[in-house]
Design a protein around this ligand. Structure first.
Ligand code: GLC
Length: 437
């Protein structure tokens, strides 16, 4: 692709973010996801930071409006009503000042804050310091919530209580643990997603029954973390979540140099040490990757998914691990797109188009590439960046990509894919062209 076309693609990415803007926050895509989503917005903020730092701050500030008094930042903030999505605010029945869901999502917030703060400082934005300081405090309260509500026993791994929290909604990683969740619901299920995209790309009805069973249960627990912890049938100490939390903690630690107190710095250092130690214990040499832990059965979750490589965001691998991971990732990427899939094609449950059971996500590759760079594997990192840039340039700003054919799938005009393009294209350099691929 020549430079001229590249500039057009940059414009197209910005146009998607503008089109999905609903007033200082960005919906993931029209209709299918008509509210503000937590980790989507954090990635979007980093996309905005490449050309409009004021708007990048706004994205995080609007997300922080949804933060609960206990520090939790919800996975959805329902700033304005919409009837194109289920389950809406009435099903969640939460009590925050503005309607929100009652569960959370990966805390990319801290990573995004560092990125936005650095861009704003470089651009000389006059109120950067004050805005960063307020958001830094929100992030710190959020991290404290994570460690107390989701790792009450101090293991160094934080747990998810709902597959939607992971951001990888119907990943094969949950199959065994999720099968224990009953399928009866108090809420009538009125799926809206199937009106927007093909059912072959979406979770099954029985998955939705379990998703909603858990929402019903937690609503009955009054959204009290301790009661939920005691009563839930689904509790996974999850490595992707813990890795993102750890990476964000490391980023907050850097920000704390200028924005925090001595006590806050040592608190963050303590959190980071605990999380990194927790992650390091999850390495399995036999599998060449890390594994999550099912806290109900006490068993390792061995299903191969992208999560197995996310600890690279926070853990420093030794030489043997580095070599093993590089070979394993290269094996998984041996597909049409050349990027890291959510489930590898050699898995018996691989489905190239169904949500999180095969497809390639731009933001997952963004994180994987960050982890590879931190671990001295810059070439492999750049090859992931480039593969994503190419996939987008070939087929468009889709929600995700089929690893076998390279086609875009799921929702179109997707915000985090546009943000990923803006960021990854810059760091992928010119080698992202179609030539030689
Ligand atoms: C789906 C994805 C989740 C994402 C949301 C909005 O639920 O699984 O990760 O945040 O869509 O894009």
């Amino acid at each position: 692709m020549d430079d001229m076309t590249r500039f057009d693609m940059d414009d197209a990415a910005r146009a998607i973010l503008a089109k999905n803007d609903r007033g200082g926050y960005t919906v993931p895509t029209d209709r299918l996801y008509p509210f503000q989503w937590n980790w989507d917005s954090a990635f979007v903020a980093m996309g905005f930071a490449t050309y409009d730092v004021d708007r990048a701050y706004r994205e995080l500030e609007r997300l922080a409006e949804g933060q609960w008094d206990d520090g939790m930042i919800p996975h959805i903030v329902f700033h304005a009503p919409s009837d194109t999505y289920f389950p809406g605010p009435d099903v969640w029945g939460t009590k925050h000042r503005i309607p929100t869901s009652g569960i959370t999502q990966p805390p990319v917030f801290g990573m995004a804050l560092r990125c936005v703060h650095e861009a704003a400082t470089e651009a000389g934005l006059p109120d950067a310091r004050e805005r960063s300081r307020v958001l830094f405090q929100a992030a710190l309260r959020h991290h404290r919530w994570w460690l107390s509500a989701r790792d009450p026993d101090g293991t160094g791994l934080v747990a998810i209580l709902h597959p939607w929290e992971s951001g990888s909604d119907n990943s094969p990683a949950w199959d065994v643990a999720f099968a224990r969740v009953p399928t009866d619901t108090r809420t009538a299920i009125r799926r809206r997603d199937l009106g927007h995209v093909d059912s072959a790309m979406r979770p099954h009805d029985i998955d939705y029954q379990r998703f909603i069973h858990l929402v019903d249960l937690y609503r009955e627990c009054g959204w009290d973390p301790a009661v939920q912890w005691a009563r839930t049938p689904f509790k996974v100490a999850e490595i992707q979540m813990t890795s993102i939390l750890a990476r964000s903690t490391a980023d907050l630690l850097v920000l704390a140099e200028g924005l925090g107190t001595t006590d806050e710095r040592s608190e963050l250092r303590g959190m980071l040490d605990r999380l990194v130690a927790g992650l390091a214990r999850r390495w399995r040499p036999r599998l060449n990757r890390f594994v999550s832990l099912d806290l109900i059965s006490g068993e390792d979750i061995e299903a191969p998914t992208q999560a197995g490589f996310m600890p690279l965001l926070a853990v420093t691998l030794d030489d043997a691990q580095r070599e093993a991971v590089a070979a394993e990732i290269a094996r998984w990427c041996d597909n049409a797109v050349g990027a890291l899939p959510s489930t590898p094609s050699f898995s018996p449950v691989f489905e190239p188009k169904r949500y999180w059971r095969g497809p390639i996500w731009a933001v997952i590759n963004w994180l994987a590439a960050d982890g590879l760079r931190s671990n001295g594997l810059p070439q492999l990192a750049t090859s992931l960046d480039r593969a994503i840039v190419r996939a987008i340039e070939r087929t468009g700003f889709f929600e995700y990509f089929d690893p076998v054919t390279g086609e875009g799938a799921g929702g179109d005009a997707f915000s985090w894919t546009a943000a990923a393009y803006l960021v990854l294209r810059r760091r992928a350099g010119n080698g992202a062209s179609d030539k030689g691929s």
